[in-house]
Design a protein around this ligand. Structure first.
Ligand SMILES: [Zn+2]
Ligand SMILES: [Zn+2]
Length: 365
């Protein structure tokens, strides 16, 4: 039995209860969860912004300790600290073999099931789905071997958890996707956990101006701690005009949309200058469409693209991010602002909805 937070119905609270968890099968790993981040992606499913299989255990940003391994598992052993990847890349599909493991076709096709099409979580006879094949809002979880990335130097579980989602997504958007050049100007719309990592990534590659855009003054002030050089409060005045003003009327060289809406996608596009690179990181509600000025795209040679998981490769990039944190290059200690128990998870999401600064993390005993 494991204690878990279960989503039975969208637009309802998570229910904390005991579930049955099967032993790991071949190629699977049992993880004692150490910490799980309160990320907006899970919230979208709770709010009904996107369809999902139900009932489901959400939670896709986390870290833990390997407790047992199923037959054939070779990359980890019991006792190792691991960061969870919410994409279990198969290594064999077209996406994987062309260097895009974050888009693994087999992982996507299996959805909220394990690769054999079944679940390890049950409530009596009812199967319970595994979001991202990680299901980290539970004390223990069984995941595919590809979902665990062992780390050599033990670090705090809260910080390790962040390296499972918001850090690679944000830093990777800058370094692996947009490839921001030193000295360039950057605007970041949305200063939650992922947005602050975009800001940190831009600082890491020596952008000259890093303009944080948000509607919360508290979040903007917080962004200054992570390398933002300027702030724009989008609730005061047109954020596009403000970003243009801060970039000598030119528009930013790189813009990042990290909120997930049609309006902010359009704003990210409009804020970019000539040859501007517009990177969409946030996931908008299903069906959202953003109107883009098609002539402007050609005349100003803008580039617009999406990035998923920061276009990073979990098994290669997460250990690098751990090393960058240990070298003092990523301020993840200040990013974790609140700790909660699993019993407090609905409160934790309420705090995120209220616009509380920084990241909240569920800590398991
Ligand atoms: Zn996330
Ligand atoms: Zn694959």
């Amino acid at each position: 039995m494991v204690k878990a937070a279960v989503l039975y119905e969208q637009k309802n609270s998570l229910i904390i209860e005991d579930l049955d968890l099967d032993d790991p099968k071949a190629g699977e790993v049992l993880v004692k969860v150490g910490a799980a981040g309160i990320c907006r992606s899970d919230r979208h499913y709770m709010h009904g912004d996107a369809p999902t299989a139900l009932p489901i255990v959400l939670g896709h940003e986390g870290a833990g300790t390997v407790e047992a391994v199923g037959p054939g598992v070779t990359s980890v052993r019991p006792g190792q600290q691991v960061i969870l990847s919410f994409v279990s890349s198969c290594g064999r599909c077209k996406s994987c073999i062309t260097g895009n493991s974050q888009l693994c076709d087999a992982h996507a096709a299996a959805g909220a099931f394990m690769f054999d099409g079944t679940t390890r979580l049950h409530k009596g006879d009812t199967r319970v789905h595994h979001f991202g094949k990680t299901a980290l809002f539970a004390e223990h979880t069984v995941v595919p071997e590809a979902a665990v990335v062992p780390i050599e130097s033990n670090i705090g579980m809260d910080v390790a958890a962040l390296i499972g989602c918001c850090v690679p997504t944000g830093v990777g958007a800058v370094t692996a996707s947009a490839n921001v050049q030193p000295g360039s100007t950057v605007a970041v719309i949305g200063c939650g956990g992922v947005g602050l990592n975009v800001v940190m990534g831009a600082a890491l590659v020596n952008a000259s101006k890093i303009i944080a855009v948000d509607i919360s003054e508290a979040q903007l002030e917080f962004a200054l701690k992570f390398g933002a050089t300027h702030t724009v409060n989008a609730s005061d005045k047109d954020p596009v005009a403000q970003v243009r003003e801060l970039t000598d009327g030119k528009g930013a060289d790189y813009t990042f949309e990290v909120f997930g809406s049609a309006d902010t996608t359009k704003a990210a596009y409009d804020m970019a200058g000539k040859k501007g690179v517009v990177t969409i990181v946030g996931i908008a509600p299903v069906g959202a469409e953003a109107g883009i000025n098609a002539v402007d795209m050609v005349r100003n040679e803008k580039t617009m693209r999406g990035t998923y998981y920061g276009s990073t490769h979990a098994s290669v990039d997460m250990p690098k991010l751990v090393d960058m944190y240990l070298a003092g290059k990523l301020n993840l200690d200040d990013l974790v602002v609140r700790h909660y128990s699993l019993d407090q998870i609905n409160e934790a999401y309420g705090d995120m909805d209220k616009g509380e600064i920084g990241r909240g993390v569920i800590m398991y005993g």
